[in-house]
Design a binder for this molecule. Structure first.
Ligand SMILES: [Zn+2]
Length: 117
């Protein structure tokens, strides 16, 4: 897998976790478990900073642009479809030999796509 693609997937996971910690139901669960939500968010943000500083500027900028438009900027390809917009990908994209060896975007919605298999 392309190193930046792997990091972009992790960055997206972190952003989802940070966002989830702001949700009331998850917040209550954290409190019930005796965890400090602020500390958890702070820790995740530190990890996010370290991770994002190691991602190529070009891809980080692209990720930021997609995040402005969509909640999910990095999505897996399932059944030859982009799971962001559900459009079937062109044959040249989904049958490529180097699937995850490049950072690719969905030709329809522009989200960063990857193959999880
Ligand atoms: Zn798409």
């Amino acid at each position: 897998m392309h190193p930046d693609l792997e990091k972009l997937i992790s960055l997206h996971d972190l952003d989802v976790m940070i966002k989830d910690l702001g949700r009331a139901d998850i917040l209550q669960e954290e409190v019930r478990l005796g965890l400090s939500p602020d500390a958890a968010v702070g820790e995740l943000k530190t990890i996010r900073e370290q991770l994002s500083s190691s991602i190529g500027k070009r891809w980080l900028a692209l990720y930021g642009q997609i995040c402005v438009r969509y909640g999910n900027a990095v999505v897996p390809v399932v059944m030859q479809r982009c799971t962001g917009c559900l459009t079937r990908l062109p044959t040249a994209v989904y049958s490529a030999d180097d699937r995850n060896e490049q950072v690719r975007t969905c030709p329809t919605c522009g989200r960063i796509i990857y193959w999880a298999d």
